[in-house]
Ligand binder design. Structure first.
Ligand code: PEP
Ligand code: MN
Length: 359
């Protein structure tokens, strides 16, 4: 429920509404918008006595949010959420952000080399898993802490922001220490203890759609993150399961404009996992930008046949160059542009701390 204040409401009137919401056993969340100040009533609002709030001085209107997800919905907040990734890159504004890198961090040379290369080719964010959720327990599980340290070193060398996955609630704090964005993978979209931890970790979260999740389930998973106090959530369409084995998943292109109409959160696309087939990644990246995606997350490996995971869908670096140039043209055709890569940090020792504090 949203309590919209009159534009001339005094601070004391706003405070009275906040206090009353507290007395009623709910949390109040004041939100200053361009046009109005609204106070969100957070909690299961089915039995709220709205007449008590409507009678308070300075209250202009009470809006009942009709959707099961509340803070995520456009009814709650109409303005697009813009997520600051901390390296000068913002997601959710007019610029389309390219995130690129290997499926997994495999070693120092691999990650430092590919980080420099994807930055040169136009990426602003480096992806790479240190903790990998693999279908088989015998497959490469990631380098763990060493992988996080290497990602932090790659950030220092390139200025790229880093997105990497947390796979368990007890691992979130560690990932948050090293990453600029915490990724929640498709397999974990409905891991509620993990979502709660990620929602209170103090870093933006990239939430990937579960492989058989409905859009409502995706938005309710995002609601867990916002309800923990984290406004910086990025949603990702990465394909859903189908009956046809020709591609790994079916890329749900409609999900992009649909989700953007239902929520103020930015939406990106992962054409790598959506297709599982290298030659199909760039066409689907183009389609995603045309459909309104705020960013792309793409797997790129220096030598895909040797990749320890997801080689079949990983682009060769030269293919990223083509993807960036074509997606740039499409972005311009719809009045957007690609976010430029960050400035290269000044060379030399101690250009910054390798491990950042949790914000
Ligand atoms: C990944 O990004 O490498 C990954 C495992 O993706 P998803 O969770 O979408 O399968
Ligand atoms: Mn992968």
């Amino acid at each position: 429920m949203l309590i919209v204040m009159h534009h001339r409401a005094t601070p004391a009137q706003v405070q009275k509404v906040v206090d009353t919401i507290g007395e009623m056993g709910y949390r109040a969340k004041p939100m200053v918008g361009h046009l109005r100040l609204a106070i969100g009533l957070v909690g299961n609002d089915g039995g709220v006595d709205s007449a008590r709030l409507a009678g308070l001085d300075g209250v202009q209107d009470i809006i009942k949010v009709s959707k099961p997800y509340k803070q995520v919905s456009r009814e709650w907040r109409d303005e697009d959420t813009v997520v600051d990734l901390g390296n000068g890159t913002v997601l959710g504004g007019p610029e389309v952000v390219v995130m690129a890198g290997p499926c997994a961090v495999e070693g120092r040379d691999q990650i430092l080399g590919i980080a420099a290369r994807v930055r040169e080719l136009g990426a602003s964010v480096l992806r790479g898993g240190a903790f990998k959720p693999r279908t088989s327990p015998y497959s490469f599980q990631g380098l763990g802490l060493r992988g996080l340290e290497l990602l932090a070193e790659a950030r220092e060398a390139t200025g790229l922001a880093v997105v990497t996955e947390a796979v368990a609630p007890e691992g979130v704090a560690l990932v948050a220490q090293y990453a600029d964005v915490i990724q929640i993978g498709a397999r974990n979209m409905q891991n509620y203890p993990l979502l709660k931890k990620a929602g209170s970790a103090g870093k933006p979260v990239l939430l990937k759609r579960g492989m058989s999740a409905t859009i409502t389930e995706l938005l309710l998973a995002a609601e867990y993150l916002l309800s923990e106090g984290n406004p910086d959530v990025i949603l990702c369409e990465r394909g859903v399961r189908s009956f046809d084995p020709q591609t790994r998943n079916v890329f749900d292109l409609t999900a992009i404009p649909l989700v953007k109409s239902l929520t103020h959160l930015p939406v990106i696309a992962d054409p790598s996992h959506a297709t599982g087939v290298r030659t199909k990644v760039t066409p689907m990246a183009r389609a995603a930008v045309a459909a309104g995606a705020d960013g792309l997350i793409v797997e790129v490996h220096p030598n895909p046949p040797d990749a320890l995971s997801d080689g079949a869908q990983s682009l060769y670096p030269d293919q990223l160059s083509e993807l960036v140039s074509q997606c740039g043209s499409i972005a311009r055709a719809i009045g957007r542009s690609l976010a430029p890569p960050p400035e290269l940090p000044a060379a030399g020792p101690a250009s910054g701390r390798v491990v950042r504090d949790v914000r």
